[in-house]
Design a protein around this ligand. Structure first.
Ligand SMILES: [Zn+2]
Length: 82
């Protein structure tokens, strides 16, 4: 993630509009997505990655009854933070 991009003069709601648009587009099941449709989603992901002022949240996903996997995601755009 590049630091210089965060200084972009985006209007305050721009990120949440893209988050909602992406959520909407992801309702189409993967097998029905064409390459250009999938590319639009990827473009939104890249936009959010560099524009969102990520707020990391730590969560645990149960992979087995005995084991859980730790993930960090952004509270605003829901992207996974590695
Ligand atoms: Zn984010």
């Amino acid at each position: 993630m590049s630091e210089e991009e965060t200084a972009n003069a985006e209007i305050p709601n721009a990120v949440s509009f893209v988050v909602n648009a992406k959520k909407q587009m992801e309702r189409l099941a993967a097998p029905y997505r064409t390459t250009s449709y999938q590319n639009l989603i990827c473009t939104m992901e890249k936009y959010l990655e560099k524009t969102c002022a990520h707020i990391p949240v730590i969560d645990y996903i149960d992979t087995h009854p005995e084991a859980s996997h730790r993930i960090v995601y952004c509270k605003i755009c829901y992207c996974t933070i590695h």
